[in-house]
Ligand binder design. Structure first.
Ligand SMILES: Cc1cc2nc3c(=O)[nH]c(=O)nc-3n(C[C@H](O)[C@H](O)[C@H](O)COP(=O)(O)OP(=O)(O)OC[C@H]3O[C@@H](n4cnc5c(N)ncnc54)[C@H](O)[C@@H]3O)c2cc1C
Length: 303
C-alpha cells in the first residue's frame, strides 16, 4: 500500500484546496483497509474528495483514501462494488451488461463510498433506490457488520454514515434488465444536461454548495438573491448556475467559507430561509474558519 508523509491534499481534492495531512494511506484491498481502521485512532476516510472543502490549515491526523480499492462484480441483476469504485465506471460497466438503475452516476466525479455516505442522487434517481445492503466497519466494536437498505437511515443527501460510527467497505445493488439503447440514451441525456447546469472540473469546484430546501431549489433562491455576480479575489460564484463556487486559482478554504456566508446571508435576508451546505468542511480550523463554520454548519462538521 502506498503511504505518503506530510501530503498536500489539494493535489487530490476537486476544489484544488487543502493543506498538508500528517499521513496519507492508499489501501489496495479491503483487508489492508480494515487492518488500518483497526490500527489507527485518528483518521478520516475519503474517496475522490469531490464533495469536500478541505481546510487549508490541513489535518493533524491520518487520511485514508479508498480509490485504490476498485473491485466490482456483476452477477445477474446483482452488483457488488468496493467503496473505492468510481461512480462513472460502475455506471458504464452495468450499462455494458444492459442493467438499469445507475445511469445517474455517469456524471458524478465520486466513489461508491462517498455516494452511499451522501445518498448521492441526480436526474430523479438516488443510491437509496437501488442499494440492497452494505458491508460496514463498526468503529465502536472494530467489527465488520452488514446492514440492509432499511437500516441505512437514507434521506435526501443523508445516510447513517453521517453519524460517524460506520465506514463503508462495500455495497450491493439490485438493478433491472433494460434495453441497452435506452440506458445509453438516458446516460447521454444526463451528461448533456449536466454540461448545461454544472461546471466541469476544469473549473475546480466541489459540486452543489447548498442542499435544496424542501420543495425548492437552492440554485433558484441564490439566483433570485443576486449571488451570480459575487466575485471575490480567488473564488467566485459560477456565472451559469448560482449554486456552484469556482476556485479561480490559489484559493484557500477561508476564501470559500467567506463566499458561502455571503451567499447564505443573501438568501436569508431575502427569503428568511437558512440554506444548509451540501459541501462537507473537513480538517483543522483557524479561529476565523471556526466562526464561519458556526454560521453555516448548525450541526457539527466532520473532525
Ligand atoms: C462537478 C460535480 C458535480 C456533482 N454532482 C453531484 C450530483 O449530481 N449529485 C450528488 O449527489 N453529488 C454530486 N457531486 C458531489 C459528489 O461528487 C458526490 O456526492 C460523490 O458521490 C462523493 O463521492 P467522493 O468519493 O468524492 O466523496 P468524498 O468527497 O471523498 O467524501 C464525501 C464524504 O463521504 C465520506 N466517505 C467517503 N468514502 C467513505 C467510506 N468508504 N465510508 C464512510 N464514509 C465515506 C467522507 O468521509 C466524506 O464525509 C458533484 C460533485 C462535483 C465536483
Amino acid at each position: 500500500m502506498q503511504v505518503r508523509d506530510n501530503f498536500e491534499i489539494k493535489n487530490l481534492t476537486t476544489f484544488k484546496i487543502g493543506g498538508r495531512v500528517k499521513k496519507l494511506y492508499l489501501p489496495e484491498t479491503l483487508e489492508e483497509f480494515t487492518g488500518l481502521l483497526r490500527e489507527l485512532d485518528n483518521y478520516m476516510v475519503l474517496g475522490s474528495c469531490s464533495d469536500v472543502l478541505f481546510s487549508s490549515s490541513g489535518y493533524s491526523g491520518n487520511v485514508i483514501i479508498t480509490t485504490e480499492m476498485k473491485n466490482f462484480d456483476i452477477k445477474g441483476t446483482r452488483v457488488y462494488a468496493d467503496c473505492g469504485v468510481k461512480d462513472p465506471l460502475i455506471s458504464q460497466k452495468v450499462c455494458d451488461v444492459s442493467l438499469s438503475g445507475l445511469e445517474f452516476l455517469i456524471g458524478l466525479p465520486g466513489t461508491i463510498g462517498g455516494a452511499v455516505y451522501m445518498n448521492a442522487g441526480a436526474h430523479g434517481q438516488c443510491i437509496a433506490d437501488v442499494l440492497v445492503s452494505c458491508c460496514l466497519f463498526d468503529k465502536q466494536t472494530k467489527e465488520v457488520v452488514f446492514k440492509q437498505n432499511n437500516e441505512m437511515d437514507f434521506s435526501y443527501r443523508h445516510s447513517i454514515l453521517h453519524e460517524g460510527r460506520y465506514i463503508l467497505l462495500s455495497a450491493e445493488f439490485e438493478l433491472k434488465k433494460q434495453e441497452q439503447e435506452k440506458i445509453k440514451e438516458l446516460m447521454d441525456r444526463n451528461l448533456t444536461f449536466r454540461k448545461t447546469i454544472q461546471p466541469s472540473l476544469a473549473f475546480p469546484n466541489a459540486g452543489s454548495v447548498f442542499k435544496n430546501p424542501e420543495n425548492d431549489s437552492a440554485g433558484r433562491l441564490l439566483d433570485k438573491a443576486g449571488v451570480k455576480n459575487f466575485d471575490l479575489q480567488n473564488v467566485k460564484v459560477w456565472d451559469k448556475h448560482a449554486n456552484f463556487i469556482i476556485n479561480k486559482g490559489g484559493a484557500a478554504s477561508l476564501d470559500v467559507l467567506e463566499l458561502m456566508v455571503k451567499m447564505y446571508n443573501a438568501v436569508k435576508d431575502m427569503y428568511t430561509i437558512e440554506l444548509v451546505p451540501e459541501i462537507i468542511y473537513i480538517g483543522d480550523k483557524s479561529e476565523k474558519e471556526e466562526e464561519l463554520c458556526n454560521i453555516l454548519y448548525k450541526t457539527k462538521t466532520q473532525k
